[in-house]
Design a protein around this ligand. Structure first.
Ligand SMILES: Cc1ncc(COP(=O)(O)O)c(C=O)c1O
Length: 406
């Protein structure tokens, strides 16, 4: 089948929820993807911050092949070594004492919401008389989220995602979510009260336009959570696992969460999510409180272990930081009246434009460049973390050429 026929087939048989690019991707190598007509694109999307090690990493391939010959899936009724090993690695490279595996970012966040509600439920029930209701929903159930944040599109994660347009057709969503202004400690102080069981925040907002939190803001939110016995959840689905030049974005802030959600790059392109948590949180969760058929299966866990092992190397992370600075500097040198601001951390960069980001994305296709928008006017660059300096130069040249045309 040729390109045209594949696109027609897809339009006939696939539910149309995506606005897709007008070509069909066929294979990839390094940081490059190739379409069915043989055109090559430097990939600054990487599956939207997923393919951290690009398209043909030998260690990921070796882990996949080795595990594929042994065991792909068994129920979580049984122990498997890859899951246990990955959990240990994630704990040893973070604040966490325990890990729960999920299947994607949204399901990781929804798991974290359930854990927070469970944690508060027990504490509320043991509160002195006159404190909280002894039966029914705990009055300490509110989840605080922030304007511009993105946490997924299932009913709970969508409720915590500040996008009225995406929410309204599906209401009623999960009740009990309160919003505050991002990077505004006063607004956070108004929202975080005694009825709050958890606060969820992205240390660097991705979908919302690539906005890093200020250190003061995260520190203030941490303090408010402590004051009100609320759990702090960092959603590092997009900014975690090396993307900021730190293994975990929070490590660049020195502010520690009670739970952290990860997904996108975790299994190098296979679907996997995780909730990292302290022992205090884990102690509140009991058998059968939560579960998943697929989560943490041996095939994805084996690949994820290879990915985390590689991405957590200090030298690897240092290179991500250096390349992020280099890319940011090069972008700042582009002489285009359309660029309003370049911002971000590591290799999670946003270019605010005075034109529609979608026009730049589309024009980029003709220059062999894949980019993605983050809101109407922000162009996002989230290349594989293995991108080299030469490729960064090519990205900047191609982007300059695109902007000159518009
Ligand atoms: C910060 C953040 N959280 C959660 C999600 C949802 O992840 P998923 O699409 O894997 O459900 C995303 C997806 O873009 C995200 O960027």
């Amino acid at each position: 089948m040729n390109t045209h026929q594949i696109i027609e087939q897809e339009e006939q048989y696939l539910m149309q929820v995506y606005a897709r690019a007008p070509f069909v991707l066929d294979h990839g190598h390094g940081c490059t993807v190739v379409d069915t007509d043989g055109r090559e694109y430097i990939d600054c999307v990487a599956g939207i911050a997923v393919n951290a090690l690009g398209y043909d990493d030998p260690d990921l391939q070796a882990a996949l092949h080795a595990q594929a010959g042994k065991l792909w899936h068994v129920s979580n009724l049984y122990h498997t070594a890859p899951q246990a090993q990955l959990a240990q690695l994630l704990c040893e490279t973070s604040f966490a004492d325990k890990v729960y595996f999920a299947n994607c970012g949204a399901s990781a966040n929804e798991s974290a919401f359930k854990f927070a509600r469970r944690y508060a439920y027990d504490r509320a029930r043991s509160a002195p008389a006159g404190g909280f209701a002894k039966t029914g929903p705990s009055s300490k159930h509110v989840i605080v989220a922030f304007r511009g944040g993105f946490h997924g599109r299932l009913f709970g994660s969508l409720a915590a995602t500040d996008r009225p347009k995406y929410q309204q057709p599906f209401e009623p969503l999960m009740p009990g979510v309160r919003f505050a202004q991002f990077n505004d400690p006063n607004s956070a102080a108004e929202a975080i009260a005694e009825d709050v069981c958890a606060v969820i925040v992205e240390p660097v907002q991705g979908e919302g336009g690539v906005h890093p939190a200020t250190p003061e803001f995260l520190a203030a939110v941490r303090e408010l959570c402590d004051q009100h016995d609320a759990l702090l959840i960092f959603d590092e689905v997009q900014c975690g696992l090396g993307r900021t030049g730190h293994l975990w974005a929070y490590q660049g802030y020195g502010v520690q969460p009670d739970m952290l959600t990860a997904a996108k790059p975790l299994a190098g392109g296979l679907p996997m999510g995780a909730v990292l948590m302290t022992q205090r949180v884990a102690d509140a969760i009991h058998p059968f409180d939560h579960a998943s058929t697929f989560a943490g299966g041996p095939l994805v866990a084996a690949v994820a272990e290879a990915l985390v092992t590689k991405v957590s190397q200090p030298a690897f992370l240092e290179r991500v930081q250096d390349k992020g600075v280099y890319l940011q500097e090069k972008l700042a040198e582009i002489n285009s009246p359309h660029i309003v601001e370049v911002r971000g951390q590591g290799l999670l960069l946003g270019i605010e434009l005075d034109i529609a980001a979608a026009d730049v994305v589309n024009a980029g296709y003709h220059h062999g460049l894949l980019t993605v928008s983050a809101g109407p006017n922000v162009l996002r660059l989230v290349p594989p973390l293995i991108i080299d300096y030469d490729e960064i130069d090519q990205v900047v040249d191609r982007l300059s050429a695109v902007l000159m045309e518009l």
